[in-house]
Ligand binder design. Structure first.
Ligand code: C5P
Length: 313
């Protein structure tokens, strides 16, 4: 009997941080965060296939040949957790710029964690999925949830926020690779305990007022924009084009601006001609889930989150 190969095409969305505060260094070496994550329409595509078999192999095809790809690591972790063996094939089409603070690698990894069980006919319970995600990286867990969410701790402790009004924007990826670890190292000495109380309160009061896409702040801007004046200039240009807010995402280097109307976005894009700028929209949790259910339709039971394989025993 030939083993069944099951396949799906998945869009792995990028994220931006609508707000990001770094409080201080934790005993585990990571930094304590308060952030608001938001999924956006910019996405990588993963063609994922699973064929059961006695031997396990993970093949990844990606023109950029990203070393030690997080998506392949996610596949191995998921197979181990499901106690399943077989061949995983991943074809990755990258559109999310790397080293830009957009969580592209994390989103690819989360996409594998969500989709592989559906194809392999197994269920990984949500707490276990969360644990696998946080082993892969601090941002991976967010993509198990999507929409708008507050992240605390390392950023993997997540609290869903209500879907806000649809917003559009412009994202500029200036092709500058910022190392997250390096950005934390530069920021760390300026973090004092005294500032923390104020940051915690202004952050939580933001959540009380809905937490949505209003003026935010990103603590990394203080170190990253200073080091790269080109990024500060891009932020200023977005502001001048009417963006509110105009903010860096994560530890950079992508800068985004949100606008009220599609015309404002078109005008801003025209003003930014020559830059690597994208039209984006904020993707709500409802849209995120619908997108997932559609992508895995033939393999899952309808309307259950996280997706549940219809082949599961
Ligand atoms: O968890 P992830 O691999 O995405 O983090 C990359 C680096 O960023 C970590 O090695 C750590 O140096 C730093 N980091 C941190 N505090 C966080 C998240 C990341 O110091 N909350």
């Amino acid at each position: 009997m030939t083993a069944t190969r099951r396949a799906a095409r998945i869009r792995a969305l990028a994220k931006i941080n609508l707000d990001l505060r770094v409080l201080g260094k934790r005993p585990d070496g990571y930094h304590e965060l308060r952030t608001i994550f938001q999924t956006i329409s910019l996405a990588d595509t993963l063609d994922l296939a699973f064929t059961p078999g006695r031997k396990t192999s993970v093949e990844i095809e990606d023109v950029l040949e990203i070393p030690d790809n997080l998506a392949a690591r996610a596949a191995r972790l998921a197979l181990e957790a499901m106690r399943v063996s077989g061949k995983v094939e991943i074809r990755l089409t990258k559109r999310i710029p790397m080293g830009a603070g957009l969580g592209g690698g994390s989103s690819d990894a989360a996409a594998v964690l969500l989709a592989l069980p559906a194809l392999a006919g197994r269920i990984i319970l949500l707490p276990n999925l969360g644990e696998l995600a946080s082993q892969l990286g601090s941002d991976v867990t967010f993509f198990l949830l999507g929409g708008t969410a507050a992240g605390i701790g390392r950023g993997a402790e997540l609290f869903p926020l209500p879907d806000g009004a649809p917003r559009r924007g412009v994202l500029i990826a200036p092709g500058l690779h910022v190392s997250t670890a390096e950005a934390y190292r530069r920021l760390s000495p300026s973090l004092t305990t005294e500032l923390q109380q104020n940051k915690i309160f202004t952050f939580s009061s933001r959540l009380w007022s809905g937490g949505g896409a209003e003026a935010g702040c990103n603590d990394f801007e203080a170190v990253v924009l200073q080091q790269h004046p080109r990024l500060a200039a891009l932020k200023k240009r977005l502001r001048r084009a009417g963006a509110s807010p105009a903010l860096m995402s994560g530890s950079g280097s992508a800068i985004f601006g949100l606008f009220r109307t599609g015309e404002e976005v078109s005008r801003a894009l025209a003003a930014l001609e020559g830059e690597n700028a994208f039209r984006i929209s904020l993707v709500s949790r409802a849209r995120y889930r619908k997108m997932w259910w559609r992508a895995l339709k033939e393999h899952i039971a309808p309307n259950i989150w996280p997706p549940q394989s219809r082949y599961a025993p």
